[in-house]
Every structure is written in C-alpha cells, then in structure tokens.
Design a protein around this ligand. Structure first.
Ligand code: GDP
Ligand code: IMO
Ligand code: MG
Length: 430
C-alpha cells in the first residue's frame, strides 16, 4: 500500500502512536501532516516509553525517513528537547528527520495569546493545551505567520518578527498580559534555529521522487476526527484539519495517491478539554450506576501532553461510524480491549436521541450534541485477563463478540485489536 493514512476516529488519544509503531517498520517514509506539540503519541518499544509530540512515530525504525510536513506547527524548544531525548535513547536523527521549511513556527507570543484567549472566554473556553496552536494557525491563515524559511534570511526574519511583536504586544497588553521583549524572543528563536537548521529541507522532490519510485508512505495524523475544525465539535476542536482528505496537502502528495486509510479507535471513548461528549460517565453524580462507576474507574487516563485527566465514557458507535464515512476508513485498529476485561457488562452507544427523535452526529451542532441521549446496547463482559493473548481465536468468545459488534455498528472491519501498550500487544484479525 504505497500511501497509507493512520488517523484517530474519536477525540484524539486513540492509540495512534502505537498503531504507527506497529506498521512503520514496513514503510520508507513516515510523515506527520497536521497539528503541533498539542499531540502526545505514546510508544512503548525496546528503546523505552516515549510520549512523542512532534517527531513522527516512525523514528524508531532506522530505515524509515521521518518527515514533518508543511501543515505542522513547531515549537522550536519542544522539538529540540524531543530530539535530544531520542538521541539519548540511541535513535539516529541525521538524514532521517526532515522538516519542511513551509512549516510554521510557534512563537512565545502565540502561547501567551492562547492562554489569554482561554481566560477571556471563561466558562466557554475550549480547554486548549495552551501550546499556542490556535494563534499560530490563525497567523498562518491571516498571512502573519513565521515559517522556517523566514529564518534563513536574518534581515527578513528580524523585520517580520519586529512587526509581529509590535502587533502582538498591543493585543497582549490590551488583554492584561505582560508584553514580551523583542531581543529575548529573537535571540532565543535564532539559537533554536541554529540547532534545527540542518534538518530543514524542502520535502517536495523527496516526496515526488519517492512516489515515482513506489516508495511506501505512512501519513500520521495528530488529534482525531471529532477535533477537526469543519467536522468536529466546533468550537471545541483544534486548529488544524485532521481528516484523511487533508493529509496530502501540506506534504505535496496528490490526493489520488492515498491507497488506504486506517482508523484507530479506542474500545471506549475519551476526551480532553471542553465540549460535548454524549457517552461521558460522571462518576460523582448521585444517579450514576455501579457499572458506570466501575467503568469510569477502568477507563481513567492521564493526558500525554498536559497531564490533565481524560474524560471517559462508553464506546460511541455513532461517532466512529461518522469518522469511517468521512475519512473513507478501510479498516479499524481497535485499541485497549484489555481495559474492559474486568467489567460484568459493557455498554455500547448505537446512536442518539434528541427530544424524542433519532439524530445523527452530523445533523446537529455542538450545543445540541451536548443534549442528546445516547441509546445503549448492553452486552455481557468476558471477565478474563486478555493481556498476553496473541491470536484472535484465543480471545474469549464474548471479547470477540464485542469486537464484531463494533465493526458492524461502525461500518468497517476491525483489522487489528490491541491488548496492551507494548509493541507486541497487537492481535491481527483476519
Ligand atoms: P495517541 O495520541 O493516539 O497516540 O494516544 P495516546 O498515546 O495519547 O494515548 C493512548 C494511551 O493508551 C497510551 O498511554 C498508550 O500507551 C496506551 N495504549 C495503547 N494501546 C493500548 C492497549 O491496547 N492497552 C492498554 N492498556 N494501553 C494501550
Ligand atoms: P493526540 O494527537 C487529545 C484538544 C485539546 C482541546 C482542543 C484544542 O495526542 O491525539 P489545542 O491545544 O489543539 O488548540 O486544543 O483539542 N487536543 C487533543 N486532545 N489528543 C490530542 O492529540 C489533542 N490535541 C489537541 O485538549 O480540547
Ligand atoms: Mg495523545
């Protein structure tokens, strides 16, 4: 499959890092196409446990070249830290990590503005990662951004930065923030650029020639389908397009080259930040059932980027079905089945009802989505520790039935099931 896209079908954190790590060994190029260091992709392999924010998750396979495409936004200090921790673990980066000069740079004022906008919005805040993502993309699309290519000409860079800092400091002051010092921002940025510069190179000829030579490309999404600015739960979304249809733009790959889309889906649902989540369990609410409470306990997770607790709930087939349809998902990569092992019963949301009528995810906006009543199907749990099982047929029959219910409801076959964070914990389902 020359060009494969791997994407999340929920609100992020589906286990994309693990999915990429499963497949990357068979690819020549692994490329990140969207987002920035709001992403946190966990990889557990022989090098250790990594929470990767910017470098493509294929970096652990020495033969894979890793591309950071023009659609990605980069915080220079975060990238340098990540590169250093990879080097310390023995991962070679030279001639393997290649960064588009078209990718935009997250500047300190973007992070300050992210925080100030969130605070100004109060209860209506998005719950961003405060990594400056929204303000950096806003600058890109309002022709105010700084790209790596701008750094190569000191005079051009200084002029652009001065103009932006004059503008941004006015906004920062008006919102009650501390204006930033131009010289400090400039010097820090140039110091980082000196370290990153050897990795910045135009990707177009590499990609074009690779496609011609039928080299294999794995395109790695950050975030998830329901955080997409068009098709996600706006305004509780992220600032970059997350869909398969966007994977090729910033990388300069013609869309017709995409041959396969794999949808990573958690066996339950999580979300970080604000916004509607129909199957969310409120463990503290007085009328929460014992089953729901136990599930919330089992589903508990901590965010890989911000360390915030992830909101958790039952699997939402309405959401994943939409993600399958809008992205053209051919196969699902179903993660974290082991987490359900202790539950007596498991609930699956098959659809929504709003004011007594069936509605679909795409029929309604975020505010109505916050009011829907999930319709649940309840199935018996398998009550058996499934970690360590490596064959689909060896899974308890009720676990197999759960997987098969998900594929029927979501409208795409499950190709892989995972039952542990480590590299080996992947079961191929024929
Ligand atoms: P990503 O952002 O989509 O790459 O996902 P994250 O890394 O943010 O979150 C997924 C979490 O689930 C990480 O802590 C993974 O190590 C963990 N994980 C992935 N697959 C499995 C699995 O099958 N079982 C268990 N127990 N954990 C898993
Ligand atoms: P990975 O790639 C989960 C969420 C934030 C917030 C919203 C906007 O690890 O799946 P932003 O900082 O992007 O402006 O925040 O998007 N968000 C994520 N949630 N996983 C992610 O990435 C996310 N990246 C952003 O929590 O709700
Ligand atoms: Mg994550």
């Amino acid at each position: 499959m020359p060009v494969t896209v791997i994407l999340g079908t929920q609100w992020g954190d589906e286990g994309k890092g693990k999915a990429i790590d499963t497949f990357a060994g068979g690819y020549d190029y692994v490329a990140r196409y969207n987002g920035g260091n709001n992403a946190g992709h966990t990889i557990v392999n022989e090098y250790g446990t990594f929470k990767i924010h910017l470098v493509p998750s294929g970096i652990f396979y020495p033969k894979a070249k890793c591309l950071i495409g023009g659609g990605v936004v980069i915080d220079p200090a975060v990238l340098i830290d990540e590169m250093n921790s990879l080097r310390e673990a023995g991962v070679k980066l030279e001639n393997r990590l290649l960064i588009s000069p078209r990718s935009h740079v997250i500047m300190p004022y973007h992070k300050v503005l992210d925080g100030l906008y969130e605070e100004a919005k109060g209860a209506g805040a998005t719950g961003t990662t405060r990594r400056g993502i929204g303000p950096t993309y806003a600058d890109k699309f309002s022709y105010n951004g700084l790209r790596w290519s701008d750094f190569s000409d000191a005079e051009l860079f200084e002029g652009k930065l001065k103009l932006q800092m004059d503008l941004k400091n006015k906004i920062i002051s008006a919102l009650g923030g501390e204006p930033l010092d131009f010289e400090t921002v400039r010097d820090d940025a140039l110091r980082c650029y000196a370290e990153i510069k050897p990795f910045v190179t135009e990707l177009f000829p590499i990609v074009r020639d690779g496609l011609k030579a039928r080299k294999k490309f794995l395109l790695e999404q950050a975030m998830g389908t329901c955080l997409d600015p068009d098709w996600g739960t706006y305004p509780f979304v992220t600032a970059s397009t997350t869909l398969a249809s966007a994977a090729t733009g910033g990388l300069g790959i013609p869309p017709r080259e995409i041959t396969r889309v794999i949808g990573v889906t958690k066996a339950y649902t999580t979300r970080v930040g604000a916004g509607p989540m129909p199957t969310e369990i409120q463990p503290e609410a007085p009328n929460t059932s014992e089953l729901d409470r136990r599930a919330a306990l089992a589903f508990r997770e901590v965010g890989a980027t911000t360390g915030r607790a992830r909101r958790a709930g039952w699997f939402d087939a309405e959401l994943t079905r939409f993600a399958v349809e809008v992205n053209g998902v051919a196969r699902l990569f179903l993660t974290k089945l082991d987490v359900l092992s202790e539950l007596d019963e498991i609930k699956i949301c098959t659809g929504y009802e709003l004011d007594g009528k069936r509605v679909h995810y795409y029929d309604i906006d975020s505010y109505a989505l916050g009011r829907v009543r999930p319709i649940y199907k309840t199935v018996r749990g398998w009550k058996h520790d499934i970690r360590g099982i490596r064959k689909y047929a060896s899974l308890p029959l009720r676990a197999q039935a759960y997987v098969e219910t998900i594929e029927k409801l979501a409208g795409a076959p499950v190709g892989w099931v995972t039952n542990g964070p480590e590299r080996e914990a992947v079961i191929v389902k024929k």
